[in-house]
Design a protein around this ligand. Sequence first.
Ligand code: ADP
Length: 352
Amino acid sequence: MSFVPRLPVFVSRLGLKIGGTAGTVAGLGMGLVSSVSVGIAALLGLGTAVFVYAASHFWLHRRLRHLQSVLHQVRTHEFDAQPPPSGPHGDELSTLLWEVHRTGQSLQTEIQELKEMESYRREFIGNVSHELKTPIFSVQGFAETLLDGALNDESVNRTFLEKILHHANRLDNLAHDLSTITKIETDELDMSNEAFKVTELFDAAIESVEVRAEEKGITPQQTVPPDLPRVYGDFDRLRRVLVNLVDNAIKYNEEGGTVQLEAALQADEVEIRVVDDGIGISPDHLPRLTERFYRVDKSRSRNQGGTGLGLAIVKHILGAHDRELHVESVPEEGSAFRFTLPTSPQPSLQPA
Ligand code: ADP
């Protein structure tokens, strides 16, 4: 056992001894004078001892017990079991109590964060291995079938090779998105803060999705007022945001559907919208849309080469710009994804 619970006992015993000895010495001295004085001296001694004991109990013993129980809570992680001390006022012991209490609180926060990180890591690894399995098994299966004789079968060999290529592309997309999201979630991305025209951003995004748009017979349209001020942010990251949104607007659309990229001034911000007339999303899916690997229709997403990470990346990049993604959607009618950008430099980001 530590010295902590013994100290007040020791102090109180010391008090009893000092008081008792003082009383005895005083009593003996005065005993020479008269027997009445002896009695008074003894009472005085006893009174002193009781006083010292009571004082030590109230000022020391009680608070040391409190300190002991706070340390016990820290050891057993029962941080909320005791009421917190009033504050860092009073003598050294009160300050110590307060410091121990605060140490317990910061330990609690750190333990909570570690637990959350651990469960995030486990869930992430589980999702990644699940996502990897399907394309790997498919590539293996088609390659084995080809080697077992289908290679010489003109009616299927080309289709099987195309399927292998499709799944290899899926793996490539996944590796790319995983590397981006890992960098973003571990805060490795430095956002720059440059001024640019919204049309430059729209042009760059449309160029990146050209092939998919052509395959679907869709021509993304831009609506940007001519006098729109420049916006501020990290051009490359925001291009990624736009590419993901426009790519989805094409992927989750019918052949020949429409995709609009719109910008409008709202007070001192520019609102950017990506609007489509595609399959839409039912309201119950909307709150979870930006979660990693969340998809409304898994097989449709996978067939289109989707990784389920696109909107999670969008959310993180906008978050690093202190911006939020908003979605409005009606099943069978279409969706609108929107966010705002500032028209003046953001102090929280790096200067360009
Ligand atoms: P994915 O790689 O599957 O496209 P995202 O994170 O980009 O992943 O999107 C998550 C899910 O949100 C998609 O699987 C899809 O179900 C839905 N979604 C996203 N954008 C649209 C859209 N414009 N129209 C309909 N559904 C969409």
